[in-house]
Design a binder for this molecule. Structure first.
Ligand code: SAH
Length: 394
C-alpha cells in the first residue's frame, strides 16, 4: 500500500463519530467508506459480569435468586484473584455455580493461539470472539514493567494506509468485558509466572492494539474504570500506567479530559503538515494537525499528563529534516514527548522504515528544540506482534 492508493480528495461527507448507521461489510475488495465511523450493531456479545457496574452486578445476582453479597464474592474472584472459572470459586455453593457461570461468565475470548518472541518475554495472543471475529493482544515484559497492548475494536475504520488493521476495515466494537478480559488474562499470566522471568505484576495497559479506542468511546471509558477501580470492584491499576492512543478524534479527546481519569493520551500524528497527514491518517481531512494538537494541549493542561506524540518513521515519506524542524516547532515548550516508531512494514507495503542516519538526524533536530524524544523498540517483530502489525488472520 502506498500513499498513491489514498484518494487525495477528501472522503465523502460522513456524519461523524456519533452516527449509528450500520457499517458495510469490509471483506477484501468490498466497497467500504474510506473512513468508517459508524457504530456497528451486529454480533453483540453476550453479557458478562465485567460489563456491569458494581450496582448492576448486585442486581444481576439478585435476579438469579442469589443474595446481593454474591456479587462481591464474584468480584473478589474475578478482579481480585483473576479467577475466571466459576467452577473454581469454592466459597460459592457448588449447586449455584453452573447458573452463575452460564448467565454471567460466558466465554467471550477463545484463545486461538499464542506466539512468543524476545526469549519468551513477548507473547502475542490471537483471540476468537463469540461471533468468529478475531482480535489480538500483546504482552511485553521489561525489566522494570510489564505492558499489555489491547484491542478495542475488531478491525478498524480509520483506514491509515501503513497500518495492518487499517487495511481490514471495521468489523465491530468490542464490549467492555471483551476488552477487560484481555487485561485480566495478561495479569493472570504474569502472576502465575507463565511469562519468562518468573512471577510478576501487570503495570501498564496501552490501547494500541487493533481499533480506534475513541471510536468506541463509552466502552473504553467503562473499561478504564474497571481497570483502575480498587479491588474487588476493579483491577486496581494506576491510571498513569494506562495509555489511550488515538488518531485524533478531537471531540472525544475533549470529552476524555472531563472524565477525571488521568490516563496518558497518545496522539498518532505521523506528520506535522496537513498535506501528508491527510494521506497517512485520513481522519486528518476532518480534524487538522492544528486542531488535534490544540486538543492535546488542553488535555495536558487539565490532567497534568504529558501527551505522547506517536510518529512512525517511514523512509522518504515523513522523515525529512524539514519535517523534524516543523514538528519541533509545533511541540517546543509543550507538555509532550515524541515516540518515534520505526515503521513495521505490513505485507505488500512498499513503504519501509527510515534509514538509521535519517532517524538519528530527526531525533537530533527535535532534541535541539528541547523536545523529549525516544525511539520505540520493536518488540515482537518476528511474530507480527509489533505496532500496527496486528492483522488477526486466523
Ligand atoms: N487507532 C489508535 C490505536 C492503535 S495503533 C491510533 O491510531 O493511535 C497504535 C499505534 O501504532 C499508532 O500510533 C499507529 O499509528 C501505530 N502504527 C500503526 N501501524 C504501524 C506500522 N505499520 N508501523 C509502526 N507503527 C504503526
Amino acid at each position: 500500500m502506498t500513499a498513491s492508493h489514498v484518494p487525495s480528495s477528501p472522503p465523502p461527507a460522513h456524519p461523524g463519530p456519533s452516527a449509528t448507521q450500520p457499517a458495510s461489510p469490509a471483506g477484501p475488495g468490498s466497497a467500504r467508506p474510506l473512513l468508517d465511523l459508524a457504530t456497528p450493531r451486529r454480533g453483540k456479545p453476550p453479557r458478562h459480569f465485567a460489563d456491569l457496574s458494581a450496582q448492576a452486578r448486585r442486581e444481576a445476582v439478585e435476579h438469579l435468586g442469589e443474595p446481593a453479597y454474591r456479587a462481591r464474592q464474584l468480584s473478589t474472584h474475578y478482579f481480585g484473584r483473576l479467577e475466571t472459572d466459576v467452577a473454581a470459586m469454592t466459597d460459592i455453593p457448588a449447586s449455584r455455580r453452573p447458573a452463575l457461570a452460564a448467565s454471567l461468565f460466558p466465554e467471550l475470548l477463545h484463545r486461538v493461539r499464542a506466539l512468543t518472541a524476545d526469549a519468551g518475554t513477548t507473547v502475542k495472543t490471537l483471540w476468537r470472539l463469540h461471533d468468529g471475529a478475531l482480535v489480538e493482544s500483546v504482552l511485553m515484559r521489561y525489566p522494570d514493567r510489564a505492558t499489555v497492548c489491547i484491542s478495542s475494536q475488531a478491525g478498524c475504520g480509520m483506514a491509515c494506509p501503513f497500518c495492518a488493521t487499517g487495511q481490514q476495515g471495521l468489523t465491530r466494537n468490542l464490549s467492555t468485558a471483551e476488552i477487560v478480559g484481555q487485561v485480566v488474562d495478561a495479569a493472570r499470566a504474569l502472576r502465575d509466572g507463565d511469562i519468562a522471568g518468573g512471577r510478576g505484576r501487570l503495570s501498564n495497559v496501552v490501547f494500541m492494539g487493533m481499533g480506534e479506542p475513541m471510536a468506541n468511546y463509552r466502552t473504553v471509558v467503562d473499561v478504564v474504570h474497571r481497570l483502575v477501580d480498587p479491588a474487588p470492584d476493579g483491577l486496581g491499576l494506576s491510571a498513569r500506567g494506562i495509555t489511550v492512543s488515538t488518531v485524533g478524534l478531537v471531540p472525544r479527546i475533549d470529552q476524555l479530559r472531563t472524565e477525571g481519569l488521568p490516563v496518558t493520551l497518545a496522539v498518532s500524528l505521523h506528520a506535522p503538515d496537513d498535506e501528508l497527514r491527510d494521506e497517512l491518517v485520513p481522519i486528518n481531512t476532518r480534524w487538522k494537525v492544528g486542531e488535534v494538537l490544540a486538543a492535546a494541549w488542553r488535555y495536558a493542561e487539565a490532567t497534568g499528563r504529558r501527551v505522547s506524540i506517536e510518529y512512525a518513521m517511514i523512509r522518504d515519506i515523513n522523515d525529512q529534516a524539514w519535517r523534524a524542524d516543523l514538528l519541533g516547532r509545533l511541540l517546543a515548550g509543550r507538555l509532550a514527548h515524541v515516540n518515534l516508531i520505526p515503521l513495521n512494514p505490513t505485507p505488500g507495503s512498499k513503504w519501509t522504515a527510515s534509514r538509521r542516519s535519517d532517524e538519528a538526524e530527526f531525533v537530533r533536530r527535535l532534541k535541539a528544540r528541547g523536545v523529549p524524544v525516544t525511539v520505540r523498540d520493536t518488540r515482537g517483530r518476528d511474530i507480527d506482534g509489533a505496532c500496527g502489525q496486528l492483522a488477526a488472520t486466523g
